[in-house]
Design a protein around this ligand. Sequence first.
Ligand code: FAD
Length: 344
Amino acid sequence: MKLTSELKVFNSFGIEANAMSIHIVKNKHSLQKQWLNAKNKQLPVLLLGSGSNILFTENFEGVVIINRIKGIKLTETNKFWHIHAHSGENWHQLIITLLNKGIYGIENLAMIPGCVGSAPIQNIGAYGLEFKDICEYVDILSLKTNKVSRLSANKCKFKYRDSIFKHEYQNTHIIIHVGLILSKTWSPKLKYDIFKKFNPFTVTPQQIFKTVCQARKNKLPDPAIFGNAGSFFKNPIISKKQAKKIKEDFPNCPQYIQSNGKVKLAAGWLIDQCGLKGYELGGAAVHTKQALVLINKNSASQSNIINLAKFLTHTIANRFNIILEPEVRFIGKKGEINAMNCIL
Ligand SMILES: Cc1cc2nc3c(=O)[nH]c(=O)nc-3n(C[C@H](O)[C@H](O)[C@H](O)COP(=O)(O)OP(=O)(O)OC[C@H]3O[C@@H](n4cnc5c(N)ncnc54)[C@H](O)[C@@H]3O)c2cc1C
């Protein structure tokens, strides 16, 4: 089997890996055609947006399809803007387009890399807003029947970095369009400290957009300089009892009570507490400004990243009795593999 197509530029970690072939598709018909061709040859297929939430753990022995299906349609009712966006649109560019048209309410999610069609999958979130808060529907294409069906937001089972698209629909459907709903009466979401300086009555969406972009530039590594996939681990959600015990031992530990009574901790804080900010293993490292981000500092191999993740997971487990779970999706030679099995 010849694996000559290079995946390095198609994953934000900048990891060297090859596939049999890579196809950039610009319409639904080409996507279906490439998918069917690969399936007829019994080859594994991987659909990617911008590759900003994946780690190739080895060469991919199949066909990679890069989604660049574009198009945005706006409609309005008295109170709302309705945005119908094709899944290959760039998420950040969509936000800029909407801001320029005077459509607001999405600016807290600025500068999250990736495509529109990937946003529902892990219910992207940042600075007090999640995709689910602005989602009206998600259109999915069945790879078996070629039919498109619409799931309203309440059918998508959105949770923290999770949705139905990581489970029931993962291998059978792809996201083809996304529908957003934004109120014409804008109200700022200023829960986070970075917005402290603003007066809620005078702040503008543009100011929020700029503040978010600046905060992200200050804190997160630019994948063009140091490859990375954003937060490597999910923030752990633990029981109230365990949270109380941790607070007794570590009074400074930030804790966020969830609506179900459980408590969310900051995984970056846990890593930082173990003195591991900047820690390096082979070419991989823990980012110095945000311990939750693992970077490809110096031509890291996949095993450098995996071994670093393994080391962090074991260190946190020993110190806090908490098992960290990767947010990044691990892609093996035939498709997604269980990331937990790789790091435990
Ligand atoms: C610097 C940086 C900062 C980040 N910050 C955040 C953040 O603040 N919040 C956050 O939530 N995430 C963040 N991320 C993670 C990432 O940006 C998001 O998860 C994003 O939605 C991934 O989009 P993508 O197009 O790159 O997905 P990809 O990595 O291309 O794909 C991810 C998974 O989705 C599948 N997939 C892709 N497209 C489709 C489709 N159309 N239909 C079905 N399956 C599909 C792929 O097969 C893969 O399994 C960050 C990443 C980086 C590099």
